[in-house]
Ligand binder design. Structure first.
Ligand code: AMP
Length: 221
């Protein structure tokens, strides 16, 4: 498993990876991509900087493009929840780069900006949605966002989402997402609370753990 091609990703995704200049998968990518492609739930201990975004985005794009939507219109088939608008915007930008050779539409929604443009964009149709939990719940409660077709859910930086007090919003959003789905949870730490939500939201997950890339350097210092 030394190359992205070894991981079983499609040619269009491999082309996007090459466009980005990536040569080999990072440890989190090598460990997380195969179980995600197999349809398993994944519980991953990985911090920002490990390449975790591609670790979940590449296999999700692969799966969605290999299995076209049952609907004739674009519906939200994958949802990523993340704690901050900066992270959300960054993930959306990554999705667009990795999906540049696919017919794929993504959208990012977060609070602190007008909700109406987001409602209009959702109405126009989206395949993959990246959101902060508060604004997402607001959109669901206003019936502006249909999550009933979500096949793959990602809880990114789950520990930070809990620290920021998003747990109740996340639990409420869960009521709008099908129970039968694939769930990926990424967290830098595994506190008791993270283990509790993992038990609640994931089914028989594969656990993946990698050290932060700067751990060795920090130890040397
Ligand atoms: P992330 O942890 O997802 O925020 O990614 C951290 C940085 O690593 C980003 O700038 C990515 O573009 C970059 N990156 C992700 N995967 C690879 C890879 N396999 N090879 C080189 N750089 C990568």
């Amino acid at each position: 498993m030394n190359t992205f091609a070894d991981l079983g990703l499609s040619d269009k995704i491999l082309r996007a990876v090459t466009d980005k200049g990536y040569e080999i998968p990072s440890p989190i990518q090598a460990q997380a991509i195969p179980p995600v492609l197999e349809g398993r739930d994944v519980l991953a201990a990985a911090q920002t900087g490990t390449g975790k975004t591609a670790g979940f985005t590449l296999p999700i794009l692969h799966k969605l493009s290999e299995n076209p939507s049952r609907n004739n219109r674009r519906v939200v088939r994958s949802l990523v929840m993340t704690p901050t608008r900066e992270l959300a915007a960054q993930i959306k930008a990554n999705i667009d780069e990795y999906g540049s050779h696919l017919d794929f539409k993504s959208l990012v929604v977060f609070g602190g900006v007008g909700i109406n443009p987001q409602i209009n964009k959702l109405r126009a149709g989206v395949d993959m949605l990246v959101a902060t939990p508060g604004r997402l719940l607001d959109l669901c409660q206003q019936r502006a966002c249909d999550l009933s077709n979500v096949e793959i859910l990602v809880l990114d930086e789950a520990d930070r989402m809990l620290d920021m007090g998003f747990i109740n919003d996340i639990k409420k959003v869960m009521n709008y997402i099908p129970k039968k789905r694939q769930t990926l949870l990424f967290s830098a730490t595994f506190s008791k609370e993270i283990k509790t939500i993992a038990k609640q939201f994931l089914t028989n997950p594969v656990t993946v753990e990698v050290a932060a890339q700067n751990t060795t350097a920090e130890r040397v210092e």
